[in-house]
Design a protein around this ligand. Structure first.
Ligand code: SF4
Length: 591
């Protein structure tokens, strides 16, 4: 019996053409076209837009052959402006070096079309930033969120988390601090970061004041301040409009974006349009001066499966399409943020709808989670959705940690989130047939086939964990492992059959079992941490907060719960008792 394989032209993701013939079932690459690397469309999927950033040139610009002509005396600042003029910047060259399947010219052309961005503030470029690109022609990227909250963490801990996130492969990091010394934390993160840093500036705008006090000057001053510090991209929730608010009434969980809910409250109080939308051109002018990229926020993203792909979410997406065009007209780079909870079957539609409405601007999605009933494991539920999102068109995946919905991620949560998302992004890249994306997998498969444990660990994304797990059961280097044992080891038996006939051993032959290298202290810690917390530790943790905030042990809610006491009392109790669980937050410096 023979099968007709659904081959559609995507290359084998192994640069050696190793292994089985199919390689990828994706469509042929279209770098320079609207689809770049893309999954085949299921029936009924929205088609790509016929427009690109070339259709939204700034006033006074004209198309001159392949590139554009700017008004006399114009000095380009942003990567988009350079690309439109046909100029290749050092950042574009660096991207091509980091992603060898693209040339610097292709990087420039993708940026000019608006399908790729290099989030690189001109100030951050003077520090340690190593330029990277986000776009469907490049490898799928991941973002790690971090940030101090009013009751947990501080500047030093955040810098430590930044290093940790970089160590575990975060391509960008968002500082979402809402507590502690925001300004000092942000400055420290930017100075130490090799990856682009994103922020949600509305958080700083309302520290020490009420959202109702937000005004144009405060918005522009805060953006200017953070841009001058070197932030590489801003989440701006300009797409939540007054007309959208009634659309969330029937949702199970309303508005779950912090920025979206704050701006909705502002609009209801002032009976006016979203100020981020009203003053969008002025915002663009600030961001252009430093080449801060837009991450157009999805303030109405669904917070549960039941609210996914609803009228509110899609109405906001249309507004984001319009804002993409307006930002391009001001010379700004744009990516667009996308939904966080989406049933698996709706993911492809969501990705392809954004590609159509936003003319191919990179899509940056949070997860999405494909089920709501696994708190504590949402790095897994969301990585499943993120893999589908990456395959169907998202360019960057914002990680979700096991602490999602439950608390502020700590160091190990950051690692778990990063790894889950590296898996999602890498799986999408291989599936899309991005050249060379499978090379390391093939090398590891060869080492595995040869039972070459050293090489196996070396090629693992997390060698310490791989080695520790192996050595936990069998700390000798043998031609089998403890999972099946010698007699049942299919790889060993297969090796005997083939005599490594496929050439996979690459000269490696293990004659007799040898003692493996002893566990390092890091590996020992990995194994120790595998044991869940002792009942005593759990009890201690469970009582820590309760003692601080509950007067009456029989009460079902903590005394600082806003359903239980007046808001002002709740705030007072939190301020007096909760904050003291950690060093008291310092007053934020004046923005
Ligand atoms: S013992 Fe089992 S799991 Fe271990 S290498 Fe052999 S086949 Fe693989």
């Amino acid at each position: 019996m023979s099968y007709v394989l659904p081959l559609r032209g995507a290359p084998n993701p192994s640069s050696q053409n190793a292994g089985t013939k199919p390689g990828s079932f994706s469509i042929a690459p279209d770098v320079g076209g609207a689809r770049a690397y893309s999954s085949p469309d299921s029936p009924g999927m929205p088609q790509p837009s016929g427009k690109t950033a070339w259709d939204f040139l700034p006033e006074g610009w004209s198309r001159a052959g392949q590139f554009a002509q700017a008004p006399a005396g114009f000095e380009p600042i942003t990567q988009l402006e350079h690309a439109r003029l046909g100029l290749i910047t050092p950042a574009m060259r660096r991207v091509a070096q980091r992603e060898p399947h693209l040339s610097a010219e292709q990087v420039r052309d993708e940026i000019a079309a608006g399908r790729m961005i290099i989030p690189a503030n001109i100030i951050h470029l003077k520090h340690q930033l190593d330029p990277m690109a986000i776009g469907r022609a490049s490898l799928t990227k991941i973002n790690a969120n971090m940030g101090a909250s009013p009751i947990s963490s501080g500047t030093e801990e955040e810098v430590e988390k930044l290093r940790w996130a970089e160590r575990w492969g975060a391509d960008t990091v968002m500082d979402l601090s809402t507590g502690g010394d925001l300004d000092a934390t942000r400055r420290a993160i930017i100075e130490n970061a090799r990856v682009p840093i994103g922020t949600v500036p509305i958080y700083s705008m309302i520290i020490g004041r009420k959202i109702e006090e937000l005004n144009k000057q405060l918005i522009l001053d805060t953006l200017e301040h953070q841009a001058r510090q070197g932030v590489d991209y801003f989440t701006i929730h300009a797409g939540v409009l007054r007309a959208h608010i009634p659309l969330v009434q029937k949702r199970l969980i309303g508005i779950v974006s912090r920025g979206g809910s704050l701006l909705a409250k502002w609009m209801l109080t002032h009976k006016a349009e979203n100020p981020m939308y009203q003053y969008f051109e002025e915002i663009c002018a600030v961001m252009r001066r430093y080449d801060v990229s837009f991450s157009l926020g999805d303030g109405l993203r669904p917070g549960g499966l039941a609210d996914a792909s609803d009228a509110a979410q899609l109405a906001e997406l249309c507004a984001l399409g319009e804002l993409t065009e307006r930002a391009w007209r001001q010379g700004c780079q744009v990516m667009v943020e996308g939904p966080g909870h989406v049933p698996f079957d709706q993911i492809e539609y969501n990705m392809k709808l954004q590609r159509s409405v936003c003319h191919g601007a990179p899509f940056y999605v949070l997860g999405p989670l494909v089920t709501d009933i696994f708190p504590g494991y949402d790095h897994i539920t969301s990585a499943i959705g993120a893999t589908a999102a990456g395959y169907h068109g998202a360019s960057m995946l914002c990680y979700v940690t096991p602490k999602e919905h439950l608390g502020l991620p700590k160091k190990d949560d950051v690692k778990q989130g990063c790894i889950a998302y590296k898996i999602a992004a890498h799986a999408a890249d291989v599936a899309l047939g991005i050249p060379g994306s499978r090379d390391r997998d093939d090398e590891l498969t060869k080492a595995r086939a040869a039972l070459n444990w050293e090489r196996h660990f070396e090629l693992s994304f997390d060698p310490d964990t791989a080695r520790a797990y192996h050595d936990e059961d069998l700390d000798v280097d043998t031609d089998f492992c403890a999972m099946c044992g010698h007699d049942w080891c299919s790889v060993r038996i297969s090796k005997e059959i083939q005599e490594i006939g496929s050439g996979k051993a690459e000269g490696f032959e293990r004659g007799v079992a040898v003692k493996s290298a002893a566990l390092t202290s890091d590996q020992r810690e990995i194994l120790e941490k595998r044991g869940v917390l002792s009942p005593e530790e759990i009890h201690k943790l469970a009582n820590k907060t309760r003692k601080a905030v509950r007067d009456d042990d029989a009460a079902s809610k903590a005394s600082c719960h806003s359903d239980y006491v007046e808001r002002t009392d709740a705030e007072r109790i939190q301020e007096e008792r909760l904050v003291q669980l950690r060093p008291k937050a310092q007053s934020p410096a004046a923005e």
